[in-house]
Design a protein around this ligand. Structure first.
Ligand SMILES: NC(=O)c1ccc[n+]([C@@H]2O[C@H](COP(=O)([O-])OP(=O)(O)OC[C@H]3O[C@@H](n4cnc5c(N)ncnc54)[C@H](OP(=O)(O)O)[C@@H]3O)[C@@H](O)[C@H]2O)c1
Length: 281
């Protein structure tokens, strides 16, 4: 499969997908208004070659910001994916969409694909509704739940820095850095997630929800320590509770995605080492 449409192609993940699919049609904010549904449908259906798949990386990703503007979060994270599912079904092609471990409340700690979601935040609720809109629509849909993407930044000027880059930046300025130690989840290297998406589209397993992250789990503190160790930084990570950094949106304390359906990805530490070896911190 070569001829795919990638929406959000200037984001962190979209950029990695575009590298894997050099023949793809990549659209970002300036190329297509994803909230203008009739125009979006005509634009996709009117492509010279009907795409073989639609991959949606557009999202409202500001977890705290979603508490202040839930309408925008629900539009981008729920209604847009629902519309893309309708377009994909009409064209008879698969849709890949990405969701998050924040659809879970963290009480159970570890979650398989079929476990019942219970989001704590507006962001989590909007992403969960997106999953449901897609599933209701039917067709050949894939929702890939992932968590904490790191890796090369997206091309978009608005593309936010990953946690790994924030830690690298802080380690240039400070000797000790306080990092939350009681929130635990998975980590996902953008290029690995892009490659897992490509494999999924080659294999076309049954439609449904899949958990795709690097193997293993970590707290923000564990991750920061590993970043400093691999990058050879002198900075010391100091573990602190999440209550030390009050934020608008509540986060699950331990929402670790278990991948029970696809071949596992390599451990996050290995992927992190590859990323840090290739970047110039
Ligand atoms: N990043 C993570 O840690 C993480 C964790 C769990 C799940 N996910 C999910 O993984 C997927 C990919 O995330 P990502 O980190 O690659 O996201 P990202 O870097 O924020 O990229 C999102 C892309 O969508 C574009 N976009 C936003 N609003 C748009 C609009 N109204 N019209 C058209 N384009 C618009 C953005 O453009 P602008 O830059 O111009 O806004 C950006 O290029 C998302 O579904 C996200 O929810 C991400």
């Amino acid at each position: 499969m070569k001829n795919v449409v990638i929406l959000g192609s200037k984001g962190a993940l979209g950029g990695q997908l575009l590298k894997l699919y050099p023949g793809a049609t990549g659209w970002d904010r300036e190329d297509a208004d994803v909230t203008d549904f009739p125009t979006l449908r005509d634009k996709i259906a009117g492509l010279e070659r009907v795409p073989e798949a639609i991959i949606n990386c557009v999202a409202f990703n500001d977890v705290d910001g979603a508490e202040d503007c839930p309408e925008q979060a629900f539009l981008l994270n729920a209604e847009v994916p629902g519309e893309l599912a309708r377009i994909a079904r009409e064209l008879g092609v698969p849709l890949v969409h990405y969701s998050t471990n924040y659809v879970f409340d963290g009480v159970q700690g570890e979650y398989a694909e079929a476990d019942a979601p219970a989001p704590l935040s507006a962001y989590g609720r909007s992403k969960l509704l997106g999953e449901r809109r897609i599933a209701e629509c039917g067709g050949q849909w894939y929702v890939l739940r992932t968590a904490v993407i790191f890796g090369p930044k997206g091309e978009s000027v608005l593309s936010k820095k990953s946690f790994v880059d924030i830690m690298l930046d802080l380690s240039r300025k400070r000797d000790t850095i306080q990092v939350v130690a009681d929130e635990i989840g998975n980590l996902t290297y953008g290029p690995d997630l892009a490659e897992a998406t490509r494999r999924l589209l080659e294999g076309l397993p049954p439609a449904g929800i899949y958990h795709v992250t690097n193997s293993g789990c970590a707290s923000w503190f564990d991750c920061a320590k590993e970043v400093f160790r691999i990058a050879g930084r002198d900075a010391t990570a100091v573990p602190v509770p999440a209550t030390q950094f009050p934020r608008k949106a509540p986060r699950p304390a331990r929402a670790v995605l278990l991948n029970t359906k696809l071949p596992p990805l390599r451990p996050w530490q290995e992927a992190l080492a590859e990323f840090l070896a290739g970047s110039r911190p």
